[in-house]
Design a binder for this molecule. Structure first.
Ligand code: PMP
Ligand code: GLN
Length: 385
């Protein structure tokens, strides 16, 4: 096709293709063991597949209601009440989205206008900053403190100004696996008291938390919950990243604004999958053991690389393990990641693209949401390097 001859003014001059797509593509090209992009390589529940099939065959194939299938919103409301003692009205405070990515974009789009400031913690998931920029907002970067990636409470208050409209938090945290404590959440609650600031709490790894830790959902803290948009994803919870189904929980007035935009971004989300997930959520066993399931995978991966030169950093949640390679090389992370794929046949994600300044801590992210045979193969390669 002939190129457009007019002038294209990009809204995202700094943005290229996401690092997840880049590394997965490289892994495919070099037939490498792929621990880069975060997705499971094992089969999902047969029962869940049968439920989707059932609802499709029963004729649930037309548009769902704009806010989502009522049964699913009801199940989420019950789940949050049980897990966090939080009360969300399924009709007015819960919306089903096409994955967390759409939820994040829509929430930012609904509340951020030109000149508004949004505080983001680095290293940061890749969709936050571009979503702010496209909507004319300004990103203020706070730094999580290497190597435990905790919040710097001396720095954070300095990031806030009269223009701050939103703070984005993410726990359990991608890419580092750190988790926010109860004390952190209380400090955040105190920090924004009396200010017009909304907290966007990305909780897609809510059930993937280890070593007896409790997920500190923003919904657990009534004052904070009244200013928070809590975002979840069934992609993580049910190993179904390709289904792109997620949700947003927020007070009624925030939800009303969110839905104004949501209806024009996606209108409604895949109907039979919503019904199937609602049915599947009725049995808490389908998500309650997720933490121990992934903890076993983390522990297996760490023990399998014990003899290697890679050093694991603490991982309290998510399905990502950071490994420090400073015993092997001090080259930049992107170069090291590329070399691992091309010369050793293993793909990981460099952490540097999660920083605006491409910091180099000699750390790579490995996804352990994989079959034991995949993790074994990966570990054997890593032990040889
Ligand atoms: N937030 C974080 C922190 C993530 O890791 C991901 C995806 N891995 C998302 C949001 C997007 O989730 P979804 O696939 O449901 O859009
Ligand atoms: N969130 C996944 C990861 O961190 C990937 C999502 C994506 O490819 N956009 O690897």
């Amino acid at each position: 096709m002939k190129h457009f001859e007019g002038n294209i003014v990009t809204k995202l001059p700094q943005t290229g293709t996401s690092i997840f797509a880049v590394m997965s593509q490289l892994a495919t090209e070099h037939n490498a063991v792929n621990l880069s992009q975060g997705f499971p390589d094992f089969p999902i529940s047969d029962e869940l597949i049968k439920l989707v099939d059932h609802f499709m065959n029963k004729g649930y194939n037309q548009y769902a209601p704009m806010p989502g299938v009522p049964e699913l919103r009801k199940m989420l409301s019950q789940m949050f009440e049980k897990n966090h003692s939080a009360k969300y009205d399924p009709d007015k405070e819960i919306t089903i989205t096409a994955g967390a990515t759409q939820a994040i974009y829509t929430a930012i789009s609904a509340f951020i206008s030109k000149g508004d400031e949004v505080v983001i913690f680095e290293p940061a998931y890749d969709s936050y900053a571009p979503s702010v920029t496209v909507n004319g907002g300004l990103v203020k970067y706070a730094q999580l403190q290497y190597p435990d990636y905790s919040i710097n409470w001396d720095e954070l208050p300095r990031m806030i100004s009269s223009n701050t409209k939103m703070i984005i938090i993410n726990s359990p945290h991608n890419p580092t696996g750190s988790v926010i404590s109860e004390e952190d959440m209380k400090k955040l609650e105190n920090l924004i008291r009396g200010r017009d600031i909304i907290v966007l709490s990305d909780e897609v790894y809510e059930h993937l938390i280890f070593d007896g830790k409790q997920h500190q959902s923003a919904s657990r803290f009534p004052e904070l919950a009244s200013k928070s948009i809590v975002i979840g994803s069934f992609g993580k919870t049910f190993h179904t990243t390709g289904w792109k189904t997620g949700f947003v929980m927020a007070p009624e007035n925030i939800t009303a604004e969110f839905r104004k935009v949501h209806q024009f971004v996606v209108f409604a989300v895949n109907t039979p999958i919503q019904h199937a997930v609602a049915e599947y959520l009725k049995n808490p066993d389908n998500y309650i053991s997720l933490g121990s399931f992934y903890q076993e995978k983390r522990d297996y991966f760490i023990s399998a690389i014990k003899g290697s030169k890679f050093k694991p950093l603490p991982c309290n949640g998510t399905y990502f393990q950071l490994l420090d390679y400073s015993n092997i090389s001090d080259e930049p992370e992107m170069e090291m990641a590329t070399k691992l794929v091309k010369e050793h046949g293993i793909a990981a994600v460099p952490v540097s693209p999660f920083y605006r300044t491409q910091d180099n801590n000699c750390t790579l992210r490995f996804c352990f949401a994989k079959k034991e045979s995949t993790l074994k193969e990966a570990a054997e390669i890593l032990c040889r390097i």
